[in-house]
Design a binder for this molecule. Structure first.
Ligand SMILES: Cc1ncc(COP(=O)(O)O)c(C=O)c1O
Length: 271
């Protein structure tokens, strides 16, 4: 998952910071996540009970302690705060922490290096850490490149915020197959999104499923539906209506944790 970039940068910064200050290492790191941010570091990860089982299993397999919470931003924050108190750990916010945002920005550096002909980048948005990092790097180095956010209609707080010109979280976002972007953008990512993201494209659940399947079948890449949000956005009528000088479009295929047991043909029927 793309989430390792931000998490790694944040934990490295903590370790280097405590070394410079001559202090002790943090006793623990604590974060909350829809599942993808939780993989790769030994830590306490607060995860919604509804997160795909494959993400929960991977977090445990990497050696982290999984702490279940309810599937809402509020429950995530409350549970993480309790775990910080109990463990004496340091909270690393999965999308509002500046070091996480900066780590996610390395995606843009690689895109510009590998595909300098790019005219536009399409990025799925949950808490907005990934797009904030990418937009900061892109607009600093190549302001001519457009940055588009992609969001499920069922969790469209970024779209609503841009429309109103103020941070507008969804208090009760609907269910979406793109579980990793059900969460809201926040106080650190909103100003960057407001100033540097060109537009937000929203897509239906049907469009997300169709786009995810297209990538599996035609590209032979195992993306998760959250990555399909970006593909669906680029294929949407709204996107196609944008000016035609967008010839080279980069879609960030941000994750590939698919609950294979949710594919009914694998588990049902003879064989
Ligand atoms: C696969 C995947 N894509 C996109 C995102 C969204 O990133 P952000 O919350 O920084 O917008 C996440 C976040 O967990 C993710 O796991």
């Amino acid at each position: 998952s793309s989430q390792i970039r931000g998490a790694l940068n944040a934990v490295r910064s903590l370790v280097e910071g405590s070394g410079r200050a001559g202090g002790e290492l943090p006793r623990a790191v604590v974060t909350h996540s829809s599942g993808n941010h939780g993989q790769g570091i030994p830590a306490y990860i607060v995860v919604p009970r509804t997160a795909p089982r494959c993400k929960q299993a991977a977090i445990r397999a990497y050696g982290a302690t999984l702490v279940p919470c309810e599937p809402s931003d509020e429950s995530r924050a409350e549970t993480a705060a309790r775990v910080v108190q109990e463990t004496g750990g340091v909270m690393v916010h999965p999308n509002q922490e500046p070091a996480v945002i900066a780590g996610q920005g390395t995606i843009a550096l690689e895109v510009l290096e590998q595909a300098p002909e790019v005219n536009a980048v399409v990025v799925p948005v949950g808490g907005g850490g990934m797009i904030a990092g990418i937009a900061t790097a892109i607009k600093a180095l190549r302001p001519d490149v457009k940055v588009f956010a992609a969001e499920p209609c069922n969790a469209d707080d970024c779209y609503q915020s841009k429309l109103r010109g103020e941070l507008t979280p969804s208090l009760n976002p609907r269910e979406t197959i793109a579980d990793a972007v059900r969460t809201n953008i926040g106080p650190n990512t909103w100003p960057i999104i407001r100033d540097l993201v060109d537009d937000v494209v929203t897509v239906s659940e049907e469009e997300i499923k169709r786009a995810t399947r297209l990538v599996w079948e035609r590209m032979k890449l195992l993306i998760e539906p959250t990555a399909g949000v970006g593909v669906a956005a680029a294929l949407s009528e709204q996107f196609q209506a944008f000016p035609r000088d967008l010839e080279h479009i980069c879609i960030v295929l941000c994750g590939g944790n698919v609950d294979l047991s949710s594919l009914t043909w694998l588990t049902e029927g003879p064989g």
